[in-house]
Design a binder for this molecule. Structure first.
Ligand code: IMP
Ligand code: MG
Length: 221
């Protein structure tokens, strides 16, 4: 299977979040770097597109939080690259903390949620920006939001790089969304498959045989 991206149509941006739509059409060649061609079927979002959109998101957040001091709460581990790029563009006073949430299993389906790291900074009475890599079924986001709300922050806004609306199982949406993407399991720019591919500078889709191997827990490269 080969996939390719279709160019963004600015007119179809999400009105509420400003998210750029990403669509893929089957059956055309991608521009995947030679090094990754055996594993990556196509690039869904290039590093340049990510950089432009993340800078836009930072400006949007900056406007909404002018005059406030933020506590950025970022979920480990998939947010690493997104978070670094997002906050370096934020000219606001902020403090940064991490929460560890893990859904066990090496596959592409999320399993049971386990908190692996708790907050160290108090968010009571604070403005909180919750950052995650991708909003998929929404289970992670709703669990984390419930936990944060119990800590009585002044307000919470949510920010994700990617949104897969088609997969939603919980009634939760993000306030800031980088890209609305179709129902593909994606990797790169922090996102993993079985803890791999976080270092890709783009967001891409793996060849189906890679996922199939991962499920059988026989990933060897
Ligand atoms: P949710 O709880 O189903 O919304 O899933 C959220 C978490 O699942 C994200 O924080 C990711 O860690 C992971 N996840 C969901 N979809 C993908 C994907 O396409 N690629 C990589 N990780 C994903
Ligand atoms: Mg995650």
């Amino acid at each position: 299977m080969t996939l390719t991206r279709q160019p963004e149509n600015a007119r179809t941006r999400n009105k509420a979040t400003g998210a750029a739509p990403i669509r893929v059409a089957a059956d055309a060649a991608g521009e995947v770097p030679e090094r990754w061609r055996k594993e990556v079927a196509c690039i869904l979002i290039t590093d340049k597109e990510i950089a432009i959109r993340v800078a836009e998101m930072s400006r949007q957040i900056e406007r909404d939080f002018t005059g406030r001091e933020l506590v950025v709460v970022s979920l480990l581990t998939g947010t690493v690259m997104f978070l670094a790029d997002l906050i370096r563009n934020l000219s606001l006073p902020l403090r940064l903390d991490f929460m560890g949430v893990s859904s066990y299993g090496a596959g592409t389906e999320s399993g049971e949620l386990v908190f692996t790291k708790e907050l160290r900074i108090s968010v009571r009475g604070r403005d909180v920006l919750l950052v995650d890599d991708i909003l998929d079924t929404g289970r992670t986001m709703s669990r984390v939001l419930a936990k944060l709300k119990a800590l009585k922050p002044r307000r919470i806004r949510t920010c994700v790089l990617l949104n897969k609306a088609a997969r939603r199982a919980e009634p939760v949406e993000a306030d800031y969304v980088g890209f609305d993407i179709p129902d593909f399991f994606v990797v790169g720019y922090g996102l993993d498959f079985a803890e791999r591919y976080r270092n890709l500078p783009f967001v891409g889709v793996l060849h189906p045989q890679v996922y199939a191997q991962g499920k059988k827990k026989k990933v060897e490269f």
